[in-house]
Write a protein that binds this ligand. Sequence first.
Ligand SMILES: Nc1ncnc2c1ncn2[C@@H]1O[C@H](COP(=O)(O)OP(=O)(O)OP(=O)(O)O)[C@@H](O)[C@H]1O
Length: 584
Amino acid sequence: MSQLVSIPAPTAVPARRGVISKVLHDPLGVISLVVLVLILLATVLAAVLAPQDPARSSLDDIFAPISAAHPLGGDSAGRDLLSRLLYGAQVSLLGATIALLTSLVIGLPAGLIAGYYGRTFDSVSSWTSNLLQALPAIIVLLALRTVFGPSIWTSMVIFGVILSPGAFRLVRATVSGVRNELYIDAALVSGLSDTRIIARHMLRVVRGPLIMHSAMVLAICINIQAGLEFLGFGDPQTASWGSMLNEGFLNIFQAPQMLFWPGLALFLTSAALALVASSLRDALQAGAVKPVRRRGSVKVAPAGDGAAPSDALLSVRDLRVAYSGGSVEVVHGVSLDVAHGEVVGLVGESGSGKTQVALSVLGLLPTGGEVTSGAVALAGERLLGRSASFLRTVRGRRIGYIPQEPLSNLDPSFRIGNQLSEVVRVHLGLSRAAARDRVLDLLARVGIPDPARTYRAFPHEISGGMAQRVLIAGAVSCDPELLIADEPTTALDVTVQADILDLLRDLQQEKGLGVLFVTHDFGVVADICDRVLVMRQGEIVENGPAQAIFDTPRHDYTRSLLGSMLDGRPARLARVKVTGDGRA
Ligand SMILES: Nc1ncnc2c1ncn2[C@@H]1O[C@H](COP(=O)(O)OP(=O)(O)OP(=O)(O)O)[C@@H](O)[C@H]1O
């Protein structure tokens, strides 16, 4: 195993405090949480705390004053107010929870699917959500009450349905906001399924906003439920805060306490929920990380025609890629081979089509892009036109991918170790412990000085160079046959670039990897590539061994690229000798 040198230390970043910990550092958050916990405890322990049966009435206790027997007094039927308040809390909180859960059961999955996949489901569900929001909630509740009877539980389920567009829109907006982040691409490129990406990455992103939303919705539901009971739409025999308000209102002059206590309970619960929501919002905003987006969302490349040719590891034949329904062609019939253990550089200026070729191989062209013709094969096996599930077994497992912007390709809300071991577990079927050991070994192998610490770290706690080492570890974690590196050093500073190239060369030789190295930099080509393809305006204009291209470039464009390389910094002469006159 090669020794690696000059490893940059991880950038010192203060440890990240969890959202709960931030809420616990906010005095208002703590007070409101304590109030909520007390209310919840009192509700759950109503049978223990209530002095008597909430329905038991006594003529002697009508409008009873506050006393040891009736700590909050008695009502117009001689029932104990404290007992009714405690038991009433069960009805009010349960009713509100039913409405909230109903809205989440509908809104969460619909929002996840609409935000992630978009298209027809998004259009239909957005239209349905707009329709539901346009309905006057109270009128609908009154109309359906005549159908289903005066059950408060049914009313709260219906109210939950009416509230579901709120959850739907929040989840949909949050998911579509992160759907185009690079780390979601990275998860796709690693071969993770859509279901897994939704369940792990998307759910984690919507979790915070949804908890905040739920606290607000719970407060609204408690008040709406009380309002319905107040208007007499509940069961009059059951104690609830709303029915107590109703009775209190009728007796406001004889016994104002009948109105005061349920009113206070409602106020305290709603205020505590609103303050918890606000504290959560502050905590979430403080922890927000702004990742970088890529240019468009990906879609699996459609079928190309043609047979899989040659016995090369990677074989691309007459590849054509177009946008705008095929009218704008950006790759014009590219053919290339990468042999087992060979490093092929795909070089060209920005916009020449290098990335389109790489993404076509992975079956991950941006939305609007399609392979209009050509063939791509890995070890003789056709890739273009294969099913999404087949491509998932290839990406990450047989083809490793190293992206350009390391930090943006790591999910900011997951620890680095979890992100790497997830891919290893999916592809190699390892246990949690075995995956962890493998990832720790890999982190050590790519030159990370304290693998255990990096395993536990979040992406913002490490430097760009470290993040690129982490992504290289991820790319080789399942022992792929082919590595596609898309400008893996462009976003790094020059000293780190050299270290990363050394690492890639060591790994390539150690594992006998075939590598397609996309770059605009002939210096990098000189460092690492055996063979070079020069690309210009969607076509390969020159193709040959790296040494030959440097010694005797045939195409003017290659000569101008080589010239500009030497204007900048000299090539590191790992594989290619550059002559002293400025020509390669
Ligand atoms: N999502 C897209 N929609 C339309 N055109 C696109 C899209 N992505 C890329 N292109 C076009 O495809 C062409 C090739 O782009 P590509 O990203 O492959 O270039 P590149 O050589 O990799 O450049 P760079 O090094 O800047 O990434 C460009 O003309 C670009 O405008």
